[in-house]
Design a protein around this ligand. Structure first.
Ligand SMILES: [Zn+2]
Length: 213
């Protein structure tokens, strides 16, 4: 499987280009900014982009969606609970002193435990709210990797002070849906470097001793 990580925009958000080299089919997850750079990376992989998936609808994860839809004419998919926040992308941007262009539209919804096929690869969605409404992680069992969005980071967890955030809900999501994956599972987050489930289980201060303090 092809997996490219691009760190984009002022929030240093990780966008992922994922594809199956056999079929040449690819998807983009969380194109947050810098559409031109993402499309250049796609070009280098020679993948045919079939879908755009969103882990959640925070403005730093969706800024390049509309431009890529124009380029690839592909559907944009996310959990239905993420939709209201997506519609508020310009307001979210304004609150951070940023401008937002065209607001992307969801073409379909991804339910919990839904399998999204990318050529021969299968991504299973894991409903992991707490950081943002309708947050999804995507697990690729055959590759032993999970795209954790902003639920789980190397050494940290997602912030919960934005609308719809809840530490209690986030912790439950992480414990029941992410920490239940095998220790060797590689974790690719929405921000920061990759890690593994085992590493986080053992050392993440938010997940050990019942809290960071
Ligand atoms: Zn976020």
């Amino acid at each position: 499987m092809i997996l490219e990580m691009l760190t984009v925009g002022p929030f240093q958000e990780n966008c992922y280009v994922i594809g199956d080299e056999v079929s040449g089919v690819g998807i983009v997850i969380d194109p947050g900014d810098e559409a031109a750079r993402i499309s250049l990376a796609v070009e280098q992989t020679k993948l045919e982009i079939e879908k755009i998936l969103l882990t959640h609808a925070h403005v730093d994860h969706v800024g390049a969606v509309a431009a890529l839809v124009d380029e690839y004419s592909c559907p944009v998919l996310a959990h239905r609970e993420a939709e209201p926040m997506l519609k508020q992308a310009p307001t979210q941007a304004m609150m951070m002193g940023l401008k937002f262009g065209k607001v992307p539209i969801l073409d379909g919804y991804i339910e919990d435990e839904e399998v999204v096929e990318v050529g021969g690869s299968k991504l299973r969605s894991l409903y992991t709210p707490g950081h943002a409404p309708g947050h999804l992680a995507f697990y690729v069992e055959e590759e032993g990797l999970v795209l954790s969005g902003d639920a789980l980071f190397a050494g940290s967890v997602g912030r919960v002070d934005l609308p719809g955030g809840s530490m209690e809900v986030l912790m439950r999501s992480i414990e029941s849906r992410l920490l239940t994956l095998p220790d060797e599972t590689r974790v690719f987050s929405g921000h920061g470097p990759p890690t593994t489930i085992g590493e986080e289980r053992q050392y993440n201060p938010f997940l050990t001793r019942g809290g960071p303090f």
